[in-house]
Design a protein around this ligand. Structure first.
Ligand SMILES: NC(=O)C1=CN([C@@H]2O[C@H](COP(=O)(O)OP(=O)(O)OC[C@H]3O[C@@H](n4cnc5c(N)ncnc54)[C@H](OP(=O)(O)O)[C@@H]3O)[C@@H](O)[C@H]2O)C=CC1
Ligand SMILES: O=C1O[C@H](COP(=O)(O)O)[C@@H](O)[C@H](O)[C@H]1O
Length: 500
């Protein structure tokens, strides 16, 4: 944690902008409730939902609690929910009129009552074109004279490098970098946070974490649903802006970075930035771009069937992108970033494939792979060879398996947004993106975005519910991924082959 940032423990308010939206009801308020229930929010916290829509107070409460599921017999949690509801109010206002923010300030003052200081957290779960007007009015009308201010900003932070810089040039004079918390919700996920521990608490991994032992790294995002209903937004965003530039590049930076000097937010982010500065795109001609078409059984529509999508759009809903980190540690090791909508599974994972065993003793051994399953069903497993149990002395592929739900039976993993809100109150910016990280990420994908915009390459079709475009195997082979997994092996079970 940056030493100058103090945690907010009391005299606290939080304003959720865009409180009528999808994110608010599905993620924001359930996460806030979960933190409240576990005693992780300031006890005197005042929560105000803010948006333009006309919503009656009761309807607002109903709306923001509809995704909170409580067991019928759990009277304690039910009681907590009643308390939580009393903490939340709705304030209707515009995003660009001074009167609305004067009204918001008044509403806050009334709710806060007498306080020695006013610590205010403003969360902008809004489309990016209103970030600047909202932040400007907040600074002028709602910024506490005494107390801390925090500005949490949803993605996307810009559309490319220039627009990100422009946005920053407008927000920078209003809120100090110490006050700005740019969300990339992947940084709040348990297994993404775990990358630092896996790498730097375990000499067995840290010693091997380099080009001498690692052949290639894959970072894969698969979503089983298409862009249904969001096609309009997605079309200008593309899979590259929606997933790769932010979530996957953040994961890459945590895998590739050198050990940070300390775990402080700035040291950690310095290390990530150093790694990103050394990262470059592979050849554009090697990038695979795809767009999903109707599913084989015709039940799921193709991307172009969505009425919100411009006719004939060439927007990629799938991409497989080679990247390289040009430094001593990683020279020549491909990082393959694959992301797709409407795929055969919902899965996010990191797969580190190690170099093969030296020829000689065993020519039929399988590659070691360390797999970090980010979601679902969080796991870390190491694919390795053993002697096939029984008479045979052949190598058999199996794994050392740490599947969280099996190992930690009383575990409740937090949602990403819980961790992020908790950190924002704590003043810990380590899991938020610093502006220079974002600049590096935009710089990295910039040439690809420009190529897509100028050349409008034809995306390769893949069926909704499939593994992606056909040329994917060729792409993986080209970058050294060796698929040698035998039929009997399937994580997390192994059906022993017949002993011969
Ligand atoms: N949903 C998700 O899973 C994720 C969302 N995000 C980002 O978080 C933000 C919020 O997400 P989500 O709630 O899904 O978004 P919504 O589209 O639901 O927008 C949130 C609210 O913003 C207001 N709004 C919508 N369009 C405009 C506009 N053009 N100008 C001004 N206000 C507008 C609406 O409130 P009202 O009209 O009542 O003021 C709406 O309820 C977005 O920027 C999104 O990119 C990021 C990651 C994941
Ligand atoms: O940022 C985004 O992320 C979601 C996927 O998030 P996850 O936590 O469910 O993995 C994605 O659906 C959305 O398109 C994108 O904007």
């Amino acid at each position: 944690m940056s030493s100058s940032i103090q945690p907010i423990k009391q005299n606290a308010s939080m304003v959720v902008f865009g409180a009528s939206g999808d994110l608010a009801k599905k993620k924001t308020f359930p996460a806030l409730f979960s933190l409240y229930k576990d005693g992780r929010l300031p006890q005197d916290l005042v929560i105000v939902g803010y948006a333009r829509s006309k919503i009656e107070p009761n309807d607002f409460i109903e709306r923001i609690t509809q995704y909170i599921k409580i067991d019928d017999n759990d009277s304690e949690t039910k009681q907590k929910l009643e308390e939580f509801k009393k903490m939340c109010t709705y304030y209707r206002g515009s995003y660009d009129e001074v009167e609305s923010f004067q009204g918001l300030n008044k509403h806050l003052l009334e709710r806060e009552g007498d306080r020695t200081e006013r610590n205010r957290v403003f969360y902008l779960a809004l489309p990016p074109d209103v970030f600047v007007p909202v932040a400007t009015h907040l600074k002028q009308q709602c910024y506490p004279e005494k107390g801390a201010a925090r500005l949490i900003i949803e993605k996307p932070f810009g559309f490319d490098l220039d627009s990100a810089r422009e946005l920053q040039s407008k927000l920078g004079p209003l809120f100090h970098e110490n006050e700005v918390y740019r969300i990339d919700h992947y940084l709040g996920k348990e297994m993404v946070q775990n990358l630092v521990h896996l790498r730097f608490c375990n000499p067995i991994f840290s010693q091997l974490w380099n080009k001498d032992s690692i052949s290639n790294v894959q970072i894969t995002f698969k979503e089983p649903i298409g862009t249904e209903g969001r096609g309009g937004y997605f079309d200008s965003s593309t899979i590259v802006r929606d997933i790769v530039q932010n979530h996957l590049v953040q994961v890459l930076s945590l895998i590739a970075m050198e050990p940070p000097t300390t775990l402080s937010a700035d040291d950690l982010r310095d290390a990530k930035v150093q790694a990103l500065r050394r990262t470059r795109l592979g050849e554009l001609q090697d990038v695979v771009l795809g767009q999903y078409i109707k599913s084989k059984d015709g039940k799921h529509p193709g991307y172009l069937d969505d009425e919100t999508v411009p006719k004939g759009s060439k927007c990629p809903t799938y991409s497989a992108i080679p990247m390289f980190v040009d430094n001593d540690r990683w020279d020549g090791v491909p990082f393959l970033l694959k992301a797709g909508k409407a795929m055969n599974a919902g899965k996010v994972e990191v797969r580190v494939q190690f170099k093969p065993v030296a020829n000689g003793l065993f020519n039929d051994a399988y590659h070691n792979e360390l797999v970090i399953r980010i979601q679902p069903n969080e796991a870390v497993y190491l694919k390795m060879n053993i002697k096939q149990p029984g008479i045979s002395s052949k190598p058999l592929l199996t794994d050392l398996d740490l599947t969280y739900k099996n190992r930690f039976t009383n575990m409740k993993l937090h949602e990403a947004y819980e961790a992020l809100f908790f950190d924002a109150f704590a003043g810990d910016q380590s899991r938020f993106a610093r502006i220079d990280e974002l600049e590096c990420a935009w710089t990295l994908v910039g040439p690809l975005l420009q190529y897509m915009e100028k050349e409008k390459p034809e995306p390769k079709p893949y069926e909704y519910g499939s593994e992606g475009p056909d040329c994917l195997n060729e792409f993986l082979q080209k970058f050294g991924y060796s698929y040698d997994t035998p039929d009997y092996y399937e994580y997390p079970v192994t059906n022993l082959p017949e002993d011969k």
